[in-house]
Design a protein around this ligand. Structure first.
Ligand code: NAP
Length: 263
């Protein structure tokens, strides 16, 4: 991929190493990583692809951990989307642009205290939480890790095997325990698995179903919450958290939750 000098100042050309399609719309792709590219789990990159009109840039959270030598991203095809139309045509070996700087403030070091970390995601918003779970930091900092993942249809649960293996055995030497709660909104689930629920994550939070499923109360002293995904889910969750006297983390003020809109 040839780029002009101005683009070369802010971005590098990386190579697509692997594409894994989970469904016809959900894809994980890995790229080479420049040695100087450093990030914290929870942050996102800006990626560029070319179409006939020029370069199109989009934000993608890193799914890989900061220690991995490649970069991994997880995305959904947006109908008619300028970037994802190009992403759909991507092949292994193709070039992709990566801005030299990374972005984002949804990182677990924003919480100076707390015992239980709740990571609540919808759709591809689960990506940054996979990165966090691949990194030792959260396993050393918290006692309980809870990942709540809400999708429309069960086939949209990606990374299931990896997450289940972390829930069985913590991947780093730590006393922390991971619970994964999954929820589906547009089809019924067999009621045999207490960690596989039906309904929006907001409804499950409000009704207490998340607390019942995990056995962990959500309360101000112990609970710290990260939200990532559909911007409307984040708005609705914010309201529900405020109603329970839980506050967002502000630059100088500790709080209970941090958020990242996914589009
Ligand atoms: P989604 O529509 O956000 O659905 C994922 C889950 O979030 C569903 O279970 C959905 O429940 C739930 N949800 C939606 N609004 C909610 C709210 N206010 N509170 C609580 N839960 C809520 O995302 P998706 O299925 O992963 O993707 C669908 C489409 O979204 C894509 O095809 C694309 O068009 C768009 N999208 C765009 C981008 C982007 O970067 N532009 C990124 C991701 C997705 P319901 O079934 O009840 O709605």
């Amino acid at each position: 991929m040839l780029i002009d000098p101005k683009t070369a100042e802010k971005a590098t050309v990386e190579k697509v190493l692997r594409l894994q399609w989970w469904t016809d719309k959900l894809v994980t792709f890995t790229t080479t990583r420049p040695p100087a590219y450093s990030f914290a789990a929870g942050q996102y990159a800006r990626l560029g692809l070319r179409d006939e009109r020029g370069l199109v840039w989009r934000a993608y959270s890193m799914v890989s951990s900061p220690a991995q030598e490649f970069l991994e991203f997880y995305g959904v095809l947006v109908p008619g989307g300028l970037f994802t139309t190009q992403l759909k045509a991507l092949k292994e070996g193709d070039g992709i642009l990566l801005e030299k700087q990374c972005f984002g403030f949804m990182t677990p070091d924003r919480f100076p205290d707390g015992e239980d970390l709740w990571m609540i995601a919808t759709g591809t918003g689960v990506g940054p939480f996979i990165s966090m779970l691949r990194d030792p930091f959260v396993w050393g900092k918290f006692r309980n890790l809870v990942l709540v993942h809400g999708v429309r249809h069960a086939e949209e649960f990606a990374y299931t095997e990896e997450l289940e293996s972390y829930a069985r055995h913590e991947p780093f030497e730590s006393q922390a325990r991971l619970t994964v709660v999954r929820s589906v909104t547009r089809e019924q689930q067999p009621a045999t698995n207490p960690l596989l629920l039906h309904g929006r994550v907001t409804t499950l939070f409000e009704s207490g179903a998340l607390e019942r499923a995990t056995g962990l109360p959500i309360a101000d002293a112990a609970s710290r919450i990260m939200l990532c995904g559909n911007p409307e889910m984040i708005e609705d969750m914010r309201r529900l958290l405020h109603a329970r006297n839980l506050r967002p983390v502000r630059r100088a003020l500790p709080g209970h939750f941090v958020t990242e809109n996914y589009w």
